[in-house]
Ligand binder design. Structure first.
Ligand code: PLP
Length: 403
């Protein structure tokens, strides 16, 4: 017998399972609204032209070697990432109390940041929004956090943010709890706090001595504007919070499988930078030793060149406006069909996702009867929609609701 016979089958990861089921489905009108990746108006993945351009150049560049990167990554990349998040004129940068660590995309940034807080600050309680990205819980628990908790976020009745619930839960959080906040384009609900609400959140967190951990996986995707999407993080920095923020380039550069990310760390004093960097070096050393270079080189070159940066900004605008058009189109089709319910939330929500309000049963009906793949919470990826399938999807939603 095998010594591995003690290993039992684990549960499937819903989003990847749906993706596989979609790929294997032979139905010609099938639609994939599950995985959080951009699709063009023909339903195809899109390699950003500026990325292709850099990759072609890099293929010819004999000065690029495959030597190891430093443990904390490529300086050009981490510095550009911190600037993109905080704004290049941010005093925290000028004062030398902000720095970055290159990570394995956003997930890696969360993992490294969480381990830092757990190991060196001895934090063990973290709060995430209910609902949140389905991986937050696991990443923090695997980093050593033993006390996972949720704060209220989504109000099913109003299809909007449960702000009173959120504030009440933060008020009851023990000192030094780590509060996981979505920097923009909240996944899965597509609803962000407004500026006044962020101010109130900051008030409570300051008063209760809570630690902000931002997750920025969609900078540029919420409004189409990189600076506007970083408002909340910059506001917390301005208020004097020390914080960390995991940044992902998976979505805004379309570099999903290259695992390009950064953990930005903002401290109150520059004298703490060196010891923190040395401990982060040991954390990364023991986890994966050092990061990959390809994607970080692409991103660094684009962020540091004005012409390329503008080109990239146009790509982001293009992607985010296509998503907004599809929100409008889906709502219009549902209204045309007279589908019961109010569909304004679809256009009010931002980012890639819409939390439709469809029930588990209705979501399953869409998968089984109409070959439309979505999470069973009713979350759909809006850019899986295009002019060729939005009517089909609206009719199917209508059918699921009126049945
Ligand atoms: N955080 C949120 C909220 C996300 O939605 C995602 C991806 O879907 C991530 C983090 C991490 O993604 P990645 O590790 O691919 O950058």
């Amino acid at each position: 017998g095998s010594r591995f016979q003690v290993v039992e089958q684990g549960p499937p990861i819903e989003v990847f399972q749906l993706n596989k089921a979609f790929t294997e489905d032979s139905y010609k009108n099938k639609v994939n609204l599950s995985v959080g990746a951009y699709r063009d108006e023909n339903g195809k993945p899109w390699v950003l032209p500026v990325v292709r351009k850099m990759e072609k150049q890099m293929a010819e560049d004999e000065s690029l070697l495959h030597e190891y990167l430093p443990v904390l990554g490529l300086d050009a990349f981490t510095e550009a990432s911190v600037s993109m998040l905080l704004g290049k004129d941010n005093p925290a940068i000028a004062e030398g109390r902000a720095f970055g660590v290159q990570t394995l995309s956003g997930t890696g940034g969360l993992r490294v940041g969480a381990e830092l807080l757990n190991k060196h600050l001895k934090y063990d309680t973290f709060y995430y929004s209910n609902p949140t990205w389905e991986n937050h819980h696991l990443v923090f628990v695997n980093s050593g956090f033993t006390n996972p908790r949720t704060y209220r976020y989504w109000d099913e009745k109003t299809l909007s943010i449960d702000f009173d619930g959120l504030i009440e839960d933060l008020k009851n959080a023990p000192e030094n709890s780590v509060i996981l906040l979505h920097a923009c384009a909240h996944n899965p609900t597509g609803i962000d706090p407004c500026h006044e609400q962020w101010e109130k959140i900051a008030d409570v967190m300051e008063e209760r001595k809570l630690f902000p951990f931002f997750d920025s996986a969609y900078q540029g995707f919420a409004s189409g504007d990189l600076d506007r999407d970083a408002w909340a993080v910059r506001y917390f920095v301005k208020r004097g919070f020390e914080l960390v923020c995991a940044q992902s380039y998976a979505k805004n550069f379309g570099l999903y499988n290259e695992r390009v990310g950064n953990l930005t760390v903002v401290l109150s004093e520059s004298s703490h930078v060196a010891p923190l960097k040395s401990q982060l070096t040991w954390i990364v050393r023991g986890m994966y030793s050092n990061p990959p270079a390809h994607g970080a080189r692409v991103v660094a070159q684009v962020l540091r060149n004005d012409v390329l940066f503008d080109l990239w900004r146009d790509h982001i605008k293009f992607m985010s406006s296509r998503v907004m058009q599809m929100r409008e189109a889906l709502r219009a089709e549902l209204i045309k069909l007279g589908t019961p319910g109010n569909w304004d939330h679809i256009v009010k929500q931002i980012g890639l996702f819409s939390y439709t309000g469809l029930s588990r049963r209705q979501s399953e009906h869409l998968i089984q009867e109409h070959h439309i793949y979505l999470l069973r919470t009713g979350r759909i990826n809006i850019c899986g929609l295009n002019p060729g399938n939005v009517q089909y999807v609206a009719r199917a939603i209508n059918d699921a609701i009126t049945k």
